[in-house]
Design a protein around this ligand. Structure first.
Ligand SMILES: Cc1cc2nc3c(=O)[nH]c(=O)nc-3n(C[C@H](O)[C@H](O)[C@H](O)COP(=O)(O)O)c2cc1C
Length: 326
């Protein structure tokens, strides 16, 4: 099952299992957690090229990085080739990978002509890639959806354009813009893209279990797997897929292992954003960590009503210790 190490231009990944860019989720603390669980590459939340160029300070906080998370990919969104190219020069330090978002379905992003709106204008995509490629000497990747809607499925055309313009790898989330997150991701599109291109293809969409990851890898022939929602409260998924690909036995975390991970997650959030934001963010993450455990739904309501980080910590310790003793 194991293939040769995956290389994106000059970058060789330790693992073909990588973290998806997710706005509101893939902040620095989350990326450090996922990296510590074996992610071969972690992507930032999407960063506005306009924001970087026009009001740098507000957007710059999204570019804060830590050596522990290397290699980091920064994802940009925008629609103006020159602004996107200019945004590259505003990075504090060059990331290991630059990625361009061509799949975001959110209305506000679409209205600005960015994200998956670009899929309707392949010529603009070519111009963007030309301009950005001139500025980025290291690995350049793009992330796309299958097309705008089922009548305009054009991931193969976009893939060919990307390869011709010198993109080093491509990720496909095989849903259309109009589908949003509904229905199932059509993994056949990932197979078709892989067969059509020479550059590495990452598959994204509906990898929730180890079995899903292995099936996508085997059935589509893709070069790498991108983990999104399946990693919510379950960063171990990445290590478990890595272990399975290497023919090793997988281990499952105990309640005490989960508690230790949560504590580290809280500490990283506090270090980065302070206690108030950590409380808001960790209420969501801790609810995810508890999924599937006995009493999880009652615990979730208690978590949501916590107003102090110290209360959240006590509540969480009690819940996970209690599960340990069941
Ligand atoms: C909350 C959330 C935020 C997302 N933000 C981004 C983003 O900023 N950039 C991007 O390319 N994709 C984004 N995505 C899409 C994911 O990267 C991924 O392609 C998609 O969720 C399908 O994979 P999954 O089924 O493993 O979650 C986001 C998805 C979610 C759920």
């Amino acid at each position: 099952m194991q293939k040769a190490p995956l290389t994106i231009q000059s970058l060789t990944l330790d693992s073909p299992v990588i973290l998806a860019p997710m706005a509101g989720i893939s902040s620095l603390p989350y990326r450090r957690i996922m990296k510590s669980c074996g992610a071969g590459l972690v992507y930032s939340e999407m960063v506005s090229a306009n924001g970087l160029v026009r009001d740098g300070a507000k957007t710059q906080h999204l570019l804060i990085t830590h050596p522990e998370e290397y290699p980091l990919g920064i994802q940009l969104f925008g629609s103006d080739p020159e602004v996107l190219a200019e945004a590259i020069s505003r990075f504090r330090e060059p990331p290991a990978v630059v990625d361009l978002n061509m799949g975001c379905p959110v209305k506000k992003v679409i209205r600005s002509g960015s994200g998956s709106a670009l899929l309707r204008d392949p010529k603009l995509i070519a111009r963007i890639l030309k301009a950005v490629r001139r500025r980025v000497t290291g690995p350049l990747t793009i992330k796309i959806r299958s097309g705008w809607d089922i009548h305009h499925i054009n991931f193969l055309d976009i893939g060919h354009i990307a390869q011709e313009e010198g993109v080093d790898a491509i990720t496909l989330h095989p849903r259309t813009r109009c589908q949003g997150f509904a229905g199932r991701a059509d993994w056949n599109h990932i197979s078709e893209l892989k067969q059509a291109l020479d550059i590495p293809v990452f598959g994204s969409g509906d990898i929730i279990t180890v079995d899903d990851g292995i099936r996508m890898y085997r059935e589509t022939g893709c070069d790498g797997l991108m983990i999104g929602r399946g990693g919510y409260g379950n960063p171990w998924l990445i290590q478990q897929i890595n272990d399975t690909l290497q023919g090793k036995q997988i281990t499952c975390p105990s309640a005490i292992d989960k508690l230790a991970m949560i504590q580290r997650h809280i500490d990283l959030h506090c270090e980065q954003f302070g206690d108030d934001k950590a409380l808001l963010e960790m209420r969501k993450h801790i609810s995810w960590y508890a999924r599937g455990m006995e009493g999880a739904s009652q615990f979730r309501s208690q978590v949501q009503s916590c107003r102090q980080l110290s209360d959240l910590v006590v509540l969480t310790h009690d819940f996970f210790h209690q599960d340990h003793h069941l």
